[in-house]
Write a protein that binds this ligand. Sequence first.
Ligand code: PMP
Length: 427
Amino acid sequence: MTGLHDRHRAVIPDWVALYYQRPIEITHGEGRHVWDADGNRYLDFFGGILTTMTAHALPEVTKAVSEQAGRIIHSSTLYLNRPMVELAERVATLSGIPDARVFFTTSGTEANDTALMLATGYRGSNQILAMRNSYHGRSFSAVSITGNRGWSPTSLSPLQTLYVHGGVRTRGPYAQLSDAQFIEACVADLEDILGQTRGGIAALIAEPVQGVGGFTSPPDGLYAAFREVLGRHGILWISDEVQTGWGRTGDHFWGWQAHAESGPPDLLTFAKGIGNGMSIGGVVARAEIMNSLDANSISTFGGSPVTMAAGAANLSYLLEHDLQGNARRVGGLLIERLRAIGAGVASVREVRGRGLMIGIELVKPGTDEANPEAATAVLEAAREGGLLIGKGGGHNTSVLRIAPPLSLTVAEAEEGAAILERALHSV
Ligand code: PMP
């Protein structure tokens, strides 16, 4: 009988990435663990690429979803929808954006696509600034602002995108600079781009911590300095919080708050963890920007009651159990532990991150050269040891990515770190 992997290959496009030489079929999960079809249990340090925000099979979410599904799954976006309005009210307040309006979508991609439509329309320009090494989704416009070439499968952009320095500083001349010098150089680069541009620029879009790019954070002060320059030109700031939202970074509820000197962004996009696996994305913006579209526009499934019920229950759990605080505490312990482990492994160049968003960058020992082979080997070894992690990074995906559900316990953090230590030493 043909296995599921062969059947997958026969019918699913080649460009759909799959992890592991023998890909895993996950059948169920509970808390911070998942099980595969062969009955193996794994500690989940990747949470379905950050979609499982609180915990797998969280009873509160399951109950809310099944109760809502038993009433009605979907009717039409054209009727009033209580679960959508109620969640929008909470997200608007939490966003920190004054006079906020919320538009729900089905994914992060659709959220960013909508943000781009809003920003370009509002500013009357299709010129967008994006960060090098960024990832913003897979629609035609989202790949057009994705600086990470490994995830940008077409170069036929419908937007005029200009890439700004600031996303990565691990290599090249920028790596030698102090934070202050780096910020100065990036601001000069931005001003140079603005000076060469004909007509206005609509917006700059940035991830507060680059996700797919390998969990890299800009130095404190960079985004504030950018916003000071952009503000003089009326250029909007879009914060892509698809990975950094909802307390994942520990110290802050949103990633932009780590750069809060210049206030909330003009537009904020979110997705992933809010639905705990249900497909919710969205955009938040000031009314003046959000209401600037002058024709009808709906997303048939955006704001669907079942996903909204999941989002509401998940958000309540997150807030009531202070999972942001847990991300700060347990993430802080985990990063310390991983740094200690990394210090004893020649191929570990850096262990970095905020909260429960931790990256381990691997290089060829004694060099600064990316080591994607080692990253793949560690991923495989960790899986054999019962731990799921992710991979990322602009330099041939040589960064291990750790982003467990935010309810991770100290004991589980210790257990995962021990498995990773063995995996790192085995390759
Ligand atoms: N923005 C960021 C920062 C992301 O990490 C992702 C997904 N990895 C997206 C947007 C796209 O989200 P989705 O896959 O839900 O379309």
